[in-house]
Design a protein around this ligand. Structure first.
Ligand SMILES: NC(=O)c1ccc[n+]([C@@H]2O[C@H](COP(=O)([O-])OP(=O)(O)OC[C@H]3O[C@@H](n4cnc5c(N)ncnc54)[C@H](OP(=O)(O)O)[C@@H]3O)[C@@H](O)[C@H]2O)c1
Length: 365
């Protein structure tokens, strides 16, 4: 992200978009034009979101535009550029819709509003970006474009297109484009009250709290353009299998926050490697850098306590339930941690924090 930059965000008033825009605006002093189909004059929920974003020091505007309408998109962008006195530095494409529907019950009226923002919307935005040399295009897509899942045919098709088209833009059209294929953003947007979240986590899709998602976004946007898979658990059997079965034309890179350590590299039968990039610096409590001194001290105490308790060395990316700690032992562990750290350890933290490092950081705050 460019400090003080100018960005168009489609779907920017949505569940993932609004907190992301707030965090990027505060961090980079960047200016944002959000677009969505709804009209704030008629939608009280949208007015609440926009007034939450409108704090002094931020420049966040909103226009009612459907991403399928290329002319309206260009008009809105040009109007903001005139006000800002310069061209867009980039577009973040988050507009999308999701509905669970068995494929046998699909009909065009339901299918198209789900698929089109990811297809027609992205084609329109690619043209808009190409008219602005140097601007970048970032699409938020979904792992559901790759992992077969019931009831998600239209959504999966749209996201698979978004990833494939991004590869094309990078390879053939010279556009600086990323497609971030996300797992789950915990409790946000299309994942709010998702009855299938636990099942997805079981398969190896991480459910990322917003602050980890924001950090991972910043980390990934510093990587070379292309498709990046964000929020997979490389230890889950299905993910492991898929990565080791990668075909010769694919190169998978899976990014996971809070899993520091050596990168895992899988080699398929054709000798192509698939890499798990553990984001070393992806401490939820820190920005782009390493742990703060207080977090490091908490982590060291937690590491020592856990090692004594389990009788084996633990790693920052370890998960409590994978260490075989039973629910009775959890009570004992909680007491030991409270004694060692001198802070209350909420029961919920032991279940909610994905990794031991996350737990340490959450206890520091
Ligand atoms: N939440 C997750 O866990 C998750 C996981 C993986 C990927 N993603 C991706 O992340 C993106 C944001 O998702 P979210 O969870 O924030 O969903 P969300 O809360 O439903 O927000 C999406 C926004 O897109 C806008 N939109 C939909 N169709 C549009 C169109 N044709 N033109 C303009 N705007 C349109 C909607 O606003 P209007 O109704 O006003 O148009 C809505 O506010 C999506 O692309 C989604 O596929 C999310």
């Amino acid at each position: 992200m460019r400090r003080g930059g100018r960005y168009l965000v489609t779907g920017g008033a949505g569940g993932v978009g609004a907190p992301l825009v707030a965090s990027l605006a505060d961090r980079y002093g960047a200016r944002f034009l959000l677009v969505g189909r709804r009209d704030p004059e008629r939608d009280a929920a949208l007015r609440t979101v926009l007034s939450g974003l409108a704090v002094p020091g931020r420049d966040v505007r909103y226009r009612s535009v459907d991403v399928r309408d290329a002319e309206a998109l260009e008009r809105a962008a040009a109007e903001a550029e005139a006000a800002w006195g310069g061209p867009l530095d980039g577009v973040l494409h988050l507009a999308g819709d999701y509905r669970f529907r068995p494929i046998a019950e699909e009909d065009p009226a339901d299918w198209e509003p789900i698929r089109q923002p990811k297809v027609i919307g992205l084609l329109n935005l690619a043209d808009l970006v190409r008219r602005r040399p140097g601007a970048r295009l970032v699409t938020f897509s979904s792992l559901l474009g790759h992992l077969a899942s019931a009831g998600c045919a239209a959504y999966g098709a749209g996201n698979a297109f978004a990833d494939a088209f991004t590869e094309h833009l990078v390879a053939r059209a010279g556009v600086t484009a990323h497609s971030l294929a996300w797992g789950l953003w915990r409790g946000l947007g299309v994942n709010e009250d998702n009855p299938y979240e636990a099942a997805a986590v079981q398969r190896g899709v991480l459910s990322l709290p917003a602050d980890q998602g924001h950090l991972l976004t910043r980390v990934l946007l510093r990587r070379p353009p292309g498709v990046l898979y964000a929020g997979l658990n490389p230890r889950a059997a299905e993910i492991r299998t898929r990565m080791s079965g990668t075909g010769p034309l694919e190169r998978l890179s899976c990014h996971s926050p809070g899993l520091p350590g050596e990168p895992l590299v899988y080699t398929d039968p054709f000798g192509v490697t698939a890499e798990v990039v553990r984001e070393e610096n992806a401490s939820p409590a820190d920005g782009d850098g390493s742990l703060t001194p207080v977090e490091s001290a908490t982590w060291e105490t937690l590491r020592q306590t856990m090692t004594d308790f389990t009788g084996q060395p633990v790693q920052p990316g370890d998960r409590l339930y994978e260490l075989g700690v039973s629910s009775i032992q959890l009570l004992q562990l909680r007491a030991r941690l409270e004694a060692a750290l001198g802070v209350d350890v909420p029961n919920a933290a032991l279940f909610e924090q994905p990794t031991l490092l996350d737990l340490a950081c959450s206890l520091t705050r």
